[in-house]
Design a protein around this ligand. Structure first.
Ligand SMILES: [Zn+2]
Length: 364
């Protein structure tokens, strides 16, 4: 009896989380709909660098940044706002002017993964299926039993054949389960066979020039392949999954991690410029940019991530596109989760994904 009363009191004091989510869905304003949507992720890139630029403890460490002086010339400034602009100019000169950026914990604006593990497969599963799955706890190449929003969209008449995914990491065909859905997913060092001369050139580089093939392809090759496909096939939904930020962090190379983040920023800028100069895409395309997990928040553990490394669940996201208010960096006390992305992706295209998926994010 006593236990029942304890339960009742606890529920009154701490209402279950889903209550909060239901309330949010009612309160949040509908998301603006555009004709096309690009989702871009850069693996394991920390919110700390997004919002404060290079970390002083890591850029000044000769262990993690071998040529400290050159890297500081490129990415250092005393003021964090200047510093982040040096690292990610497109982010802070364009998205922060025209779009919205979430996850600055300096203002208690929080974005996290909802899964327990804070590693890649569970993170991408959450992002694309709108739920966590406690049985997805490793990065093993196993076909995902959960339905993802990309295959859902591809099953809709107005999106059929208009959804494509490109990733550096070679586990994506399993995460998105191409065996079940036949989505075009180009990952790792896979070639695109019926391509243009330009695509054949990329194939040649992949097969004959890259001799140290790892599970994560060079991001530049993923980017070039995606851009060529975009120009040839005009998909409405494009996923670009970049992976080298995580690779360099695991190697403990803070200099290369920064350099890669800066290149990712440039790739996004190039895509945005292409979109804004191409009929059909111009003023009709939304970008969502995010990551699959955080990393350790200290100088002693930033190279790693996982359920026992604090900071690993902490992420961020950015949105830019027609109808998105230019609210810039969001500074209000809020909590959002990566599992909300799947329904967000659907709503931004005027579609409704599975009713069991977490409610979409609240934009400002
Ligand atoms: Zn990793």
């Amino acid at each position: 009896m006593k236990n029942i009363w304890t339960c009742i009191i606890l529920v009154m004091l701490f209402p279950p989380v889903y209550k909060e989510q239901e309330k949010k869905e009612v309160l949040s304003t509908p998301l603006p709909v555009a004709g096309n949507l690009f989702i871009i992720t850069t693996d394991g890139f920390r919110w700390q660098e997004v919002f404060t630029g290079a970390d002083p403890a890591l850029i000044n460490s000769s262990k993690y940044t071998p040529d400290t002086s050159t890297i500081k010339m490129l990415y250092w400034a005393e003021n964090p706002e200047e510093r982040r602009k040096k690292l990610l100019p497109f982010f802070w000169n364009v998205i922060a002017q025209k779009g919205q950026v979430f996850g600055n914990r300096g203002y208690q604006n929080k974005v996290d993964v909802a899964n327990l593990y804070s590693i890649s497969y569970p993170g991408y599963n959450e992002l694309f299926t709108g739920n966590t799955d406690m049985y997805i706890s490793s990065n093993k190449k196993r076909n995902n039993p959960n339905i993802n929003v990309l295959e859902y969209l591809d099953s809709r008449p107005s999106f059929a054949g208009k959804v494509a995914a490109f990733s550096s990491w070679d586990v994506f065909p399993y995460i998105l389960n191409t065996k079940r859905n036949n989505l075009p997913v180009n990952s790792g060092y896979n070639n695109i066979e019926e391509g243009t001369t330009y695509q054949q050139l990329i194939n040649t580089v992949q097969q004959e020039v890259i001799y140290d093939k790892k599970p994560t392809r060079y991001d530049q090759l993923t980017f070039l392949t995606a851009k060529e496909y975009l120009q040839q096939h005009n998909p409405r939904v494009l996923y670009l999954g970049l992976g080298e930020t995580d690779e360099f962090a695991h190697e403990g190379r803070y200099d290369l991690y920064l350099q890669q983040a800066s290149q990712v920023d440039r790739m996004i800028a190039e895509l945005w410029h292409w979109v804004q100069t191409t009929p059909g895409y111009k003023d009709n395309t939304t970008f969502i940019i995010t990551t699959d997990h955080g990393r350790g928040s200290k100088a002693s553990n930033w190279t790693a991530h996982g359920e026992f490394i604090s900071g690993s669940s902490q992420t961020w996201f950015a949105v830019i596109g027609p109808g998105i208010k230019p609210a810039g960096e969001i500074k209000s006390n809020e909590q959002q989760y990566i599992q909300q992305m799947a329904q967000t992706i659907a709503h931004l295209l005027g579609e409704e994904f599975s009713i069991t998926a977490a409610s979409p994010v609240s934009l400002h």
